[in-house]
Design a binder for this molecule. Structure first.
Ligand SMILES: [Zn+2]
Ligand SMILES: [Zn+2]
Length: 78
């Protein structure tokens, strides 16, 4: 029998299986999450999907920090 637990996701009470709580793991970096939505959000932020783009040369970066560093070099080149 699958054991179910209630968890509070934002303001919503949702029913999830105990097993799903254990298996919410990011495949790319191994970080564990309690809620499906958090894992989704983590994957958006930490990996692919959303990227920052340099307007000058079109290079893409996964974090704003990397883009910021690149912009310094990029400006020197132009
Ligand atoms: Zn990850
Ligand atoms: Zn650039």
């Amino acid at each position: 029998m699958m054991k179910l637990v209630l968890v509070l996701e934002n303001t919503e009470l949702i029913m999830v299986s105990v097993d799903s709580l254990r298996t919410l793991k990011c495949k790319k970096c191994g970080t564990m999450f309690k809620y499906p939505k958090r894992l989704e959000r983590h994957q958006e932020i930490a990996h692919n999907k959303k990227t920052e783009k340099c307007r000058a040369c079109g290079s893409e970066f996964h974090t704003t920090e990397n883009l910021r560093k690149h912009k310094k070099i990029c400006k020197e080149r132009v």
